[in-house]
Write a protein that binds this ligand. Structure first.
Ligand SMILES: Nc1ncnc2c1ncn2[C@@H]1O[C@H](COP(=O)(O)OP(=O)(O)OP(=O)(O)O)[C@@H](O)[C@H]1O
Ligand SMILES: [Mg+2]
Length: 732
């Protein structure tokens, strides 16, 4: 049963929470219940006959909304949307409800009923919830990015972006807290919501009244309208934002502080509209700033770690390179050292050569002086004729000859050192030799020095030039005497020595094997290390001018080496000296001397024998030829090997003796001799030589029918040797 109109009216009027409004077909109010009065604030009298345009907010285009609602109600049976509506006092509420048509029996709309309810409470909490959810989503997304990202720039960008999103700012920026010397100036780091160009023309935010608190980490600054803030516009030159700056009304700034309470920088947000930033914005950015601080810290740590790893990697690579090149570096260094060593050795050699040439020049000048001076005086005396007696003249000749023989001694010792003296090696028994020298030695060393001989009874025989060995022993005895001016003991000891490979290896050029050792020891001054190092060098002497020429030990050194032995000095300053001479043992001990010279003939005169003289030095050749002719020989002369051989090859020509120089240019004397022997096997040969090329004990010149004459020689000696050769060895 339908309600009566009165009952219906009672129902409508009692609905105080719900606005129930009846409208005619054009939208004018027919009835306005108490719920509508309560909800919207206008009385029924005020609203009867009025449209509902006033309850729609201006910005929603009320006319369009009303028209749309009525059209929807007619066509669809229901019109209207929930949304903000206006009260008489200008306040707003969130309305839900609908507009439904009232139709006549012909279904034509005759009126409309609008029902409205206030849902503001619900709307606000739903909005808040949605906003909260959105905020959480943004923050979560940002947090995830920050947790994952190690790149400092990306971290800061993510924070700035999230800040802009979560606060609804038009733009946001992160300013890095870089304090300059003046204590102000910050660097723009990241921007969001605005192009970098929007800030490029402006200086960095400074430590002004407004920015200062943020960079000092004093807390969040939030303002609905920053231009109204008392701190705004305090600083020159602009007193506010510079011209052309993005408009900032709503302002939010939050410091980013790391774990060490150091302010890394600040997050700044702006909006042209006032009141954009809420408490929630503030809370969200505070959260973001905290997360940013950690992420920035981590990113920095990561960067530092990366840097360190990179450093380490570089160091490792460097080490590897070093290792790889170490070998070549060492090789290079060794090469350098070798070069230095070579240079040093060269320098030392040059010094020694300098000393040698200087020494020779000095000694020879003295000797030449003696020869030249005496010859000049002799010529003067000869020019004076009869006033000079023969005995007078002979004095000068004798003096000149004395100088020449001293010069010959000098060259002989030099050759000994250079191991080029002509040697006549033969089997030598050192013990009898030493014993035979006893008297000479005693005379030499004087009475203050005691002589002691310790000769091994079963001493091996050695192979060497006996005269040279004698001279070596004498030289050592003289050195010993000179080292013992106050007297002492000179010991000459002989023994057999077997030198092993290790010992030999330590001495350059010495072969291992059996040796005869002759050691000469004194109890004298000994040598300093310096003297010891140079003692074997020719012309090295510590003795006063005229007392020593520095050739004694060098001669011994050369002689032993040429004889395939060696010499060593053992000496300590103040402790005395031992010089050991090692000569190779020779086990064909039964050999007598290599050959026996026939007794010299009483006369050296020739008996018309024919002698061929091959000598490139004209002066020497002529002298020899003249002497031989004087003696009664026939002499043929040749200035070199080939022309000498030519003469030998002349058939039927008598030639009894060949005298040849050894050091001939081209074909040398030895080769001439070989060729000559091939032509005439019986030919006797006399070699003349100033020095011997590579002469050693195993290659003696001398053999039966062959003799060697050492330059300079005395002409009488030559004559005797020629005669002896021609007389001896018949049948060859
Ligand atoms: N027995 C020794 N005791 C101490 N020093 C020595 C001895 N033998 C040689 N010397 C040192 O070695 C140097 C060289 O000796 P070496 O026999 O070569 O020449 P010298 O004796 O000075 O002169 P020379 O032998 O030509 O007359 C000597 O000047 C001396 O300083
Ligand atoms: Mg000496």
């Amino acid at each position: 049963m339908p309600l009566s109109a009165a009952a219906l009216s009672t129902v409508i009027n009692s609905a105080t929470d719900t606005a129930i409004i009846a409208l005619d077909s054009r939208g004018a109010v027919l009835s306005w219940n108490p719920g509508a009065v309560r909800l919207l604030g206008w009385s029924e009298q005020e609203m009867l006959g009025q449209t509902l345009l006033r309850i729609f907010p201006e910005e929603t285009n009320p006319q369009a909304r009303v028209t749309e609602e009525m059209a929807d109600a007619q066509s669809k049976g229901r019109g209207g949307h929930e949304g903000w509506r206006m009260r008489a006092d200008g306040s707003r509420f969130w309305a839900v409800g609908e507009l439904t048509p009232v139709t006549d029996p012909a279904a034509a709309p005759v009126a409309f009923v609008k029902v409205l309810r206030d849902r503001t409470q619900w709307k606000v909490s739903e909005d808040a919830l949605r906003e909260e959810k959105r905020t959480l989503e943004i923050l979560n997304r940002a947090a995830a990015t920050l947790a994952r990202e190690n790149d400092l720039a990306l971290v800061v960008q993510a924070v700035t972006d999230a800040g802009v999103e979560v606060t609804g700012a038009q733009f946001g920026a992160f300013f890095y807290n870089l304090v300059d010397a003046a204590g102000e100036s910050y660097t723009l780091y990241t921007l969001s919501g605005a192009p970098r160009a929007a800030f490029e023309g402006f200086p960095m935010p400074r430590n002004t009244a407004l920015f200062g608190p943020t960079f000092a980490g004093e807390g969040i600054v939030r303002s609905d309208d920053i231009t109204q803030d008392p701190r705004y516009g305090q600083s020159a030159p602009w007193h506010g934002m510079p011209q052309g700056h993005l408009a900032v009304t709503s302002y939010l700034a939050v410091p980013v502080v790391d774990r060490a309470r150091h302010v890394i920088g600040g997050l700044f947000f702006g909006h042209a509209q006032p009141g954009v930033f809420t408490e929630r914005s503030e809370r969200s950015v505070a959260l973001l700033a905290a997360e940013a601080a950690i992420a920035i810290d981590n990113a920095r740590l990561f960067e530092a770690a990366q840097g360190e790893i990179e450093e380490r990697r570089k160091a490792e690579v460097a080490l590897q390179t070093l290792n790889a090149t170490l070998e070549s570096q060492v090789a290079e260094r060794s090469q350098q050292l070798r070069l230095h060593e070579d240079a040093l050795r060269q320098a030392q050699k040059m010094e020694a050569v300098g000393q040698l040439t200087g020494g020779i020049a000095h000694d020879f000048n003295n000797l030449l002086q003696g020869i030249m001076g005496n010859l000049q005086v002799l010529r003067k005396r000869l020019g004076q004729g009869v006033q000079s007696t023969a005995a007078d003249l002979d004095t000068y000749v004798t003096r000149a000859l004395a100088s020449t023989s001293r010069a010959a001694g000098l060259t002989h010792r030099l050759l000994a050192f250079s191991r080029r003296q002509p040697l006549s090696p033969k089997a030598v028994r050192a013990n009898p030799l030493v014993l035979s020298m006893q008297d000479l030695l005693r005379q030499t060393i004087g009475e203050k020095v005691e002589l002691s001989l310790q000769l091994a009874p079963d001493l091996w025989t050695t192979l060497c030039d006996e005269n040279q060995l004698e001279s070596a022993i004498l030289n050592l005895a003289i050195n010993a005497r000179d080292a013992m001016p106050g007297g002492g003991r000179l010991t000459i000891e002989t023994h057999n020595a077997e030198l092993d490979a290790a010992y030999a290896a330590a001495l350059h050029g010495v072969q291992p094997g059996p040796y005869v050792c002759i050691a000469v020891t004194d109890t004298g001054t000994g040598m300093t290390a310096e003297t010891l190092a140079h003692a074997f060098e020719p012309f090295f002497t510590t003795k006063a001018v005229g007392e020593g020429s520095g050739l004694g030990l060098s001669m011994i050194y050369g002689f032993t080496r040429q004889s395939e032995g060696h010499a060593r000095i053992f000496s300590e300053y103040g402790q005395g000296t031992t010089v050991r001479v090692y000569l190779p043992a020779h086990f064909n001990a039964e050999d007598g001397p290599a050959h026996a010279l026939p007794a010299p003939s009483a006369t050296a005169a020739g008996k018309g024998e024919v002698i061929l003289v091959v000598e490139d030095e004209t002066l020497v050749r002529e002298l020899v030829a003249e002497v031989l002719r004087d003696l009664g020989y026939q002499v043929l002369e040749a200035h070199d090997g080939p022309s000498g051989l030519q003469q030998l090859r002349v058939p039927q020509r008598r030639i009894d003796l060949l005298i040849t120089d050894v050091g001939l240019p081209g074909l040398n004397g030895r080769q001439v001799a070989e060729a000559a022997s091939a032509e005439r096997p019986d030919l006797k040969i006399l070699f003349m030589t100033g020095y011997a090329e590579k002469v050693s004990a195993s290659q003696p010149f001398a053999s039966p029918g062959r003799e060697i004459l050492t330059k300079p020689f005395e002409v009488d000696d030559m004559a005797r040797r020629v005669r002896a050769l021609l007389d001896g060895g018949a049948g060859r």
